[in-house]
Design a binder for this molecule. Sequence first.
Ligand code: 3HC
Length: 284
Amino acid sequence: MSEIKNITVIGGGTMGNGIAHVFAQNGFDVKLVETKQEFADRAMNTIDKNLSRMVSKEKISEAEKQATLERIQPVLSVSDGVKSADLVIEAVPENYDLKKKIFKEVDEHAPANAILASNTSSISITKLAAVTSRPGKFIGMHFFNPVPVMKLVEVINGLETDSAVTDSIMEISKKLGKEPVPANDFPGFVSNRVLMPMINEAIFCVHEGVAEPEHVDEVMKLGMAHPMGPLRLADFIGLDVCLDILNVLYDGFKDPKYRPCPLLVKMVDAGKLGDKTGEGFFKR
Ligand code: 3HC
């Protein structure tokens, strides 16, 4: 496979700006595609803030911070953003129709040898690959929040992903200082198939009056050494995202063990989505 130098990240939200940050910090040129200037500015401000935090903790120098920022170029159109990409990573919201539309456009404008990757947390890589003309060059590259901190990249092979593409994505993940772990394409892959039932069960504990949210979290933090309790983590991930993933598991396996807790559904209906709205199981 040819060397990967130019990266395009589609979507500058929590995951997208983190992905752009780590690639740029490790010397790659990054185009960050957003739909509006204000969203692009917000993404760049977040990256600036996270780099400043690293400068204040003396993990990087001010000069490294500036060089990292200079390697990221915000772009407002998919076709411009991908035209010289070696690797395109999509990190837009968890909506199949939206991702499908974006990948059709990416496929049309990206060079024929470019690898296309999705940061989806649970949508089928095989199904996304099938909307492009290059399913062999399509792969899942699943990062974890906060991206600059978390070591894991879950590398998901679709049904037709070429093994050379998998090798190349494993290698580039290591260049980012991450630890890639391969998985095959089943609903939720490994990470969310294991994580989301735990979060859902923690919500059932609150729903059934087993314990208050802070007590559920204390049990898991103090007894199981989790850095965040499952309900705090659900707020951090976004309750809407948790619900979307549980629905993918439920629909994908047709198994009632993945049914979303009614309390989770109710909170999402009420617009209590966690940190992003200021309130979920806890207030921010
Ligand atoms: N950018 C850069 N650095 C960051 C950062 C960011 N966005 N957020 C935190 N940090 C750094 C801090 O500077 C600090 O660095 P230090 O160790 O050198 O001091 C370190 O991370 C720890 O941060 P804090 O001291 O502020 O806070 P905590 O010790 O409470 O750690 C946490 C915060 C790293 C988020 C920790 O609570 C944690 O690991 N939580 C679990 C996170 C998790 O499970 N993520 C996965 C979510 S699932 C997912 O993303 C997949 C999706 O599909 C759902």
